[in-house]
Design a protein around this ligand. Structure first.
Ligand code: PEP
Ligand code: MG
Length: 537
């Protein structure tokens, strides 16, 4: 038995097999092959494996998100079996004597370019699908791909680090816990693990040889226990049963109001990064979605999501929430959330650089596409729009003017748009200090304590070397929250907290006394916060 000590970012216990996850090289090198038949056999084996994977993905997706949304994998399967694409790859191997990876990359690029040249959103999306398929095939050929079909239920993913888009793409049905060597508590990977309700450890050392071994992730004590002995295993199985029992008890709070003992109300919303989180928000009886991180619609993709694609996602989120409010934050890309196709040049201080609303205001077409998609979706539920990383009044005015233009455009096209609340995130000290002025031009405030802590204490939330200094409980941060609440209420607008601090049940009472109107927390934290609220005056 070996114990690796790390830091927990989400409590819970998981018992399962370890998969040491390695980020693959994407580079494809051209090699001359002598044995063409052998190369063709290698290609056939990879194609069969890919077909099996896609069929499994399709079936998993059908049960997770329904047949309509799972069609994407069915479409992928059709491309994977497309005779023209396959013949082009085989032809290159036969005639040019090149390796299968290179042939797949060339053929993929050829067909993707053909689709891209057609001026039609649907066809352009197919270009992305072709790239997805050829990338998957290349990954299998290079032996650097996690075989999701072969992954056991409850697999413990152990990695150096995971980017938010990598975490998003993990099969939620199969993953039991995350353990990373690097990482920071409010990094988006940690936030995603919490939203997936999985025990997660950061800053945990490990050795690659633990791959495939049985392990326990103790998300309470913060340890990874590899090859546990019988007694430890028995002990943790018992603890796991108790955890499950506690979760069942929490479910008895479903349907009860978000009220303190003395009857004061503080609504509890859930944060979401994707459609699955919406289901989990409903299961946990969230009042609504207080923060939908729309940037995840953009991450893990080959190119910008179209207006239609975004509209479908936002509409689905609104429809699934059945009239409960959904606050969708406009694109907050940059810093740790990167999508290569944005082509953002490396920056010395990305957290202080080109991100979030700054990008949207400098790229009007990008912003317009998202705003149009949001406003078109608005009639399918109760939408609110929220702008991130606000520092100045001019930014709020400019963002609202863009939304107003998008609305006018849609109305001229004959599309009725209901009224939508437009709020801002308070996550910079600048916004706190002028919150009295900002409150006059916003319908609501939502305090992003993750960034607010980073900028108030001048501590990079991603840098594990200064992690100990990242303290959202610091009096300076709490006073920022208090001042924001005071100014919001003086102007008659509501104020919420959507950063991770909102789920700190030790502070629920203090937030209540500050007059915070709502908190938005990861879905699994809705009921624990309700419990804490009901125990406070
Ligand atoms: C925050 O900064 O607190 C927040 C909610 O936004 P994000 O964590 O996505 O930056
Ligand atoms: Mg933020």
């Amino acid at each position: 038995m070996e114990i690796y000590q790390g830091k927990s970012v989400f409590a819970g216990i998981a018992i399962g097999k370890i998969l040491v996850w390695k980020r693959g090289e994407r580079e494809v090198v051209r090699r001359d092959v002598e044995d063409v038949d052998r190369e063709l056999r290698r290609l056939s084996a990879a194609l069969s494996r890919m077909t099996r994977q896609l069929k499994t993905l399709y079936q998993t997706a059908v049960s997770a998100v329904g047949e309509r949304d799972a069609m994407i994998f069915d479409g992928h399967l059709a491309i994977a079996e497309d005779p023209a694409l396959l013949e082009r790859i085989r032809g290159m191997i036969r005639e040019q004597h090149v390796n299968a990876e290179y042939a797949a990359a060339q053929a993929g690029a050829h067909y993707a370019a053909l689709f891209e040249a057609i001026p039609d959103d649907y066809m352009r999306e197919r270009a992305g699908d072709v790239r997805d398929i050829t990338d998957r095939l290349i990954a299998i050929l290079q032996g650097r791909q996690v075989d999701e079909a072969a992954m056991e239920q409850g697999t413990i993913i152990v990695a150096e680090d995971l980017t938010p888009s990598e975490t998003m793409q993990m099969n939620r049905e199969k993953v039991g816990a995350f353990v990373v060597r690097l990482g920071a508590p409010t990094s988006h990977t940690a936030i995603l693990a919490r939203s997936m309700n999985l025990p997660a450890l950061i800053q945990t050392p490990y050795e690659n040889r633990i791959d495939g071994h049985l392990a326990i992730v103790d998300g309470i004590g913060g340890s990874l226990i590899v090859d546990p002995d019988e007694e430890t295993l028995r002990d943790y199985r018992g603890r796991l049963r108790k955890e499950q029992e506690k979760a069942r008890l929490l479910l008895s709070l479903k349907g009860l109001g978000n009220l303190s003992r003395s009857g004061r109300r503080m609504e509890i919303y859930a944060n979401a990064a994707c459609i699955e989180d919406i289901d989990s928000a409903l299961q946990n009886d969230a009042h609504g979605i207080g923060l939908f991180r729309s940037e995840f619609v953009y991450l893990g993709k080959e190119t910008y999501p179209t207006e239609e694609e975004q509209f479908r996602i936002y509409r689905e989120a609104l429809q699934r929430m059945e009239g409960r409010e959904v606050v969708i934050r406009t694109l907050d890309i940059g810093a740790d959330k990167k999508a290569p196709y944005f082509g953002i040049a490396p920056e010395a201080n990305p957290a202080l650089g080109y991100r979030a609303i700054r990008i949207c205001l400098q790229e009007p077409e990008l912003f317009r596409t998202q705003l149009r998609a949001l406003l078109r979706a608005a009639s399918y539920g109760r939408l609110a729009i929220m702008y991130p990383m606000i520092c100045t009044l001019e930014e709020v005015r400019a963002a609202r003017a863009c939304a107003c233009r998008a609305r006018r455009e849609l109305e001229e096209e004959g599309c009725a748009v209901p009224s939508v609340r437009e709020g801002i995130m308070i996550e910079t000290p600048a916004a706190v200090m002028i919150s009295d002025l900002l409150a006059k031009e916003s319908d609501f405030f939502s305090i992003g304590t993750n960034d607010l802590t980073q900028y108030t204490l001048a501590v990079d939330r991603q840098n594990d070397k200064v992690n100990a200094l990242f303290d959202p409980h610091n009096e300076s941060v709490l006073r920022m929250i208090e001042l924001t609440a005071k100014n919001a209420h003086a102007a008659g607008i509501p104020v919420g907290i959507c950063g991770e601090l909102g789920s700190d049940t030790g502070l629920t009472g203090r937030f209540l006394s500050m007059g915070i109107d709502e908190v938005s927390v990861s879905p699994a934290m809705v009921l624990p916060v309700r419990k804490a609220l009901r125990e406070n005056d």
